[in-house]
Design a protein around this ligand. Structure first.
Ligand SMILES: Nc1ncnc2c1ncn2[C@@H]1O[C@H](COP(=O)(O)OP(=O)(O)OP(=O)(O)O)[C@@H](O)[C@H]1O
Length: 273
């Protein structure tokens, strides 16, 4: 379980990015983090993996504190946190297999990682993970030869190669088309369930969050203003999270996009009729 207790972050500029955030994410639960630009979503994720130092509060993963650690202890704890990024963060010139194996780097001695010599058990496990994300036949391709959706699957397999106790996922579908986004979200939710992994997903796409998340946390100006099931995410709740003006603008953008998609489908049907 992940536990945040009164977590606050004020940057040196004086921006209070997080104020007194408390959350418990049990094993196996996937939480969607939503909120307007500047609400503190990235800061929250970065505090958990300690890329940003919290100003105060506590972060516990499986009961162990993450805030007071430094040096090798911090490196060890970071291994327990699998990160999945919007832009995949793959090494483009390496193969799919090598990218997945790089998830083991925190576990192998430096000389082995330098020579990229991995244990047979790690290699076997990487094949299993590639099979799980549907990329077994692409294991020896270079990462830059893959589509966006395939790259994100490599990103997921690499995070799982770490054998994490927590997944932090930052805008996993922001660079993907709607259908591929749904496939990636489905894969993520299935994996959290299979492995009993807690996950926090920073997600801009409200309909996607509603469809796939078990629980939604809404941040506004660094504070939790909504924490409930997707069913409870009513228009009123969304207005509370985003403010009336922003929510109306988002809704309009969504309906414009849906209209454009159905226009394109209609035109295609006319051409192929
Ligand atoms: N390195 C930084 N130094 C100073 N202020 C920062 C820094 N990073 C973020 N902030 C400020 O902290 C607040 C929260 O920013 P954050 O990036 O966490 O929001 P967000 O919800 O992830 O936004 P977005 O959806 O646009 O990515 C904002 O006011 C932002 O300007």
């Amino acid at each position: 379980m992940l536990e945040l207790i009164s977590l606050s972050k004020t940057y040196r500029t004086g921006d209070a990015a997080l104020s007194d955030v408390s959350l418990q994410v049990p094993k196996g639960q996937i939480v969607g983090l939503i909120g307007p630009s500047g609400a503190g979503k990235s800061t929250l994720i970065r505090c958990i993996n300690r890329l940003v130092e919290p100003s105060s509060g506590e972060i516990l993963l499986g009961g162990a504190s993450l805030v007071s650690l430094g040096g090798s202890e911090l490196r060890q704890q970071r291994r327990r946190i699998g990160m999945i990024f919007q832009e995949y963060a793959l090494v483009e010139r390496l193969t799919v297999m090598e990218n997945v194996l790089s998830g083991r780097l925190g576990y192998v001695p430096f000389w082995r990682s330098f020579l990229r010599r991995y244990e047979a058990a790690d290699i076997q496990r990487a094949y299993q993970l590639l099979d799980r994300v549907g990329l077994l036949q692409h294991a020896n391709k270079r990462a830059d030869a893959l589509s966006g959706g395939q790259r994100q699957r490599v990103g997921i397999a690499r995070a799982l190669a770490q054998d994490p106790d927590l997944l932090l996922v930052d805008e996993p579908t922001a660079s993907l088309d709607p259908k591929t986004s749904r496939q990636i979200m489905r894969l993520l939710t299935e994996i959290c369930e299979e492995r009993n992994l807690p996950a926090i997903v920073n997600i801009h796409d409200v309909p996607l969050a509603r469809q796939f998340m078990q629980r939604i946390v809404g941040l506004r100006a660094g504070q939790v203003v909504f924490d409930n099931s997707p069913e409870a995410l009513t228009e009123d709740a969304l207005t509370q999270i985003y403010g009336a003006e922003d929510w109306d603008a988002m809704r309009k953008a969504d309906s414009d996009q849906a209209e454009a998609e159905s226009d394109a489908i209609r035109q295609l049907a006319e051409v192929t009729a």
